[in-house]
Ligand binder design. Structure first.
Ligand code: EPU
Length: 337
């Protein structure tokens, strides 16, 4: 069943809370809904708007937005070692994590409290606290707009990397994700290596799934603003990956600069954009209705009434200051439309 809206407000459909409109928005449940819509209207300009947690609208959208509404979850296989589960694109991400923790299934607990939907998770391979969605994803199923058919990609075919996948590269602009299948483990596999996680987990009595989830929810709540209260899209920028020599030079001046290895690539190092912005003196910086969050400099916030343009002007300013101070380019993680 699909529902079609015209000239619809997007204010409640994007976590930045910018007040733009879309000419058309189609809520769909299944591939058949999409096939029939494309056959009838063949829209040239379209975009998928999931829960709107990682999209910044710069102006009214004059094309068609497709929003999934199917939130079902189905067990595909269950063995002594693992459970394979399929969740449809509109399934809330954190409800999926909560379900897995209740069932005693390991693999996504470190991704607790990320504002997202299941369908959006593979696109930028959401990640936090040493885990990424790719660690648990086995298949992504999508509607291919060119061939109007349903396609299934294995984990390997999705070409996941840090905040990257084939859906942001070769397949950009031709897929609408329908569902994601995950393999979750029955075997305990705590991943506590990142930052304060181990301390928070130990203070709760040890590495159970529930304690890990609660520890991560607590850490996030301390640093990240709730989009229902203060409009934002989580990290606005990606952490930049630079040549090792660039990092080494900076480390001579700033020996305490956070830096991380890039898996499988010894020539590059990942820096913390939040640290670079903070050290540029911009944490808590405010420019009218927009600002840099005062507890996590990687997050840009809408203090109320901001347009997409306001946010982008601030983003440009932040990038230029980081470049001026450190010679490092940072770029948005958020999709700017
Ligand atoms: N830092 C500062 N000042 C700041 C922010 C960070 O000095 O204002 C320093 C921290 O002290 C730390 C380092 O920078 O040494 C990294 O900070 P943090 O651990 O908070 O994580 P992050 O690199 O800023 C990434 C993800 C987050 C994710 C956290 C935890 C990206 C772009 N962001 O942030 O993801 O929650 O790690 O794993 O990779 C998101 O994508 O929306 C998001 C929130």
């Amino acid at each position: 069943m699909k529902r079609i809206y015209s000239n619809i407000s997007l204010a409640e459909r994007n976590s930045f809370g910018v007040r733009q409109q879309a000419a058309t928005l189609v809520e769909f449940e299944c591939a058949e809904d999409l096939r029939s819509y494309f056959e009838e209207f063949n829209p040239e300009k379209w975009y998928v708007l999931g829960a709107g947690n990682n999209t910044l609208f710069m102006q009214d959208y004059d094309g068609v937005l497709f929003t999934p509404i199917n939130q079902e979850r189905t067990i595909l296989a269950s063995t002594d070692e693992y459970v394979d589960v399929r969740a449809e694109a509109a399934h809330d991400w954190d409800e999926f994590v909560e379900w897995s923790v209740n069932e005693g299934l390991w693999g996504v607990e470190n991704l607790s409290a990320i504002p997202s939907s299941v369908g959006a998770a593979p696109v930028q391979n959401i990640g936090a606290y040493g885990a990424e969605a790719k660690d648990a994803i086995i298949v992504v199923e999508y509607f291919d707009v060119e061939s109007r058919s349903v396609v299934r990609l294995t984990n390997e075919e999705c070409r996941f990397a840090y905040r990257e996948s084939i859906f942001k590269q070769e397949l950009k602009g031709r897929v609408i994700i329908l569902a994601v299948e995950f393999r979750l483990s029955r075997k305990a596999n705590p991943n506590l290596g990142y930052g304060d996680v181990i301390l928070e987990v130990e203070s709760r009595g040890g590495a159970t799934l529930r304690n890990i989830r609660e520890a991560i929810c607590a850490i996030r709540a301390r640093k990240l603003p709730d989009p229902k209260i203060l409009g934002n899209a989580g990290s606005f920028f990606k952490n930049p990956i630079v040549e090792r020599s660039v990092a080494d030079n900076l480390l001579q001046t700033y020996p305490d600069m956070p830096h991380y290895a890039v898996t499988g690539d010894d020539d590059h190092v990942k820096l913390a954009a939040g640290w670079l912005i903070d050290k540029s003196g911009l944490k808590g910086y405010r420019d009218g209705v927009v600002g840099v969050h005062d507890r996590q400099a990687l997050v840009l916030v809408n203090h109320g009434g901001a347009t997409g343009g306001d946010v982008m002007r601030l983003a440009g300013y932040v990038c230029s200051k980081v470049k001026e101070n450190f010679g490092v380019e940072i770029s948005p993680e958020v999709n700017v439309i």
